[in-house]
Design a protein around this ligand. Sequence first.
Ligand SMILES: [Zn+2]
Length: 308
Amino acid sequence: MIDYEGREGEAALIRRILGGETELYYQLVRPYQRMIYATAFSILRNEIDAEDVVQQTLLNGLAALRSFRAQSRISTWLTQIALNEARLRLRKARLHRFVSIEDITMTAREPIIVNLIEWKRIPSNALEREETRKSLMNAFESLPRIYREVFVLRDVEELSIAETAKVLGIREVNVKTRLHRARMKMRELIAGTLGLQLRWSVSKTTAIADCRIVWRECSNFIDDDVARILHTRITAHLRVCRRCKSVIAGVRNVVRLMGDPRVLRLPRGFRGRLRERLRSHIPMPQGRSAMRRPSRRRSKGSRVVAKQ
Ligand SMILES: [Zn+2]
């Protein structure tokens, strides 16, 4: 069995698909279904629409595969297609709907400084509970779209800052700013529903200037993307300031929880429907196993007979 893992493996797979073995396409895109879905969902906030965007994205991807340039990753390239497709649908939906779904703004709330000491200990097995996942998704869906996009690309799909900037067509500095706001907002929203809401009395001994730096650089700090001198200063501050320590822990927790595949998961039956749709558009050998483990021999007209 040929190993198609990694970029070189993918390049080999792409060559074969372009050479006519289109039945290998599902094998190429299979690892990226969830990330493409997350991208679409971050824009549309609707499972059915997002699923449809994934299917359309993968069909568009196959049609355009020849234009794929190997210097970017196939995952990033597909994400870009999904983003464009989802935005297109959003624009169309706006034309048809009286109330723009994009105009539902976040409920204005004063930032509450909450103590996340208890909340940060939420074990990841809490994600087994529907209620916990719902709270996370509600918080996520209440973010403005530009924050949802960047948050999903970075913290769910784990694209780099540079890749995220490229996919969104914005500058890296803007990615960082949006990401910071998205993460801070998520932390605040989740702390409100899942955490203990304890008002914090600001310690008089706290170096407020350093607190401000932590709050400003929090997102870059957890990404390990601050200058060494600033890193040292923040680290020193976190040793003495409980409030900032809990903010950092809370943001880290948001990133960890939302990156968990149990949260933004594929709807039931998703994979089967996707394979069906691809199969109806791409000439493929018959039989379920044919898509999963395509024959290495190019057999025109021969059928893979399922074992009974
Ligand atoms: Zn502080």
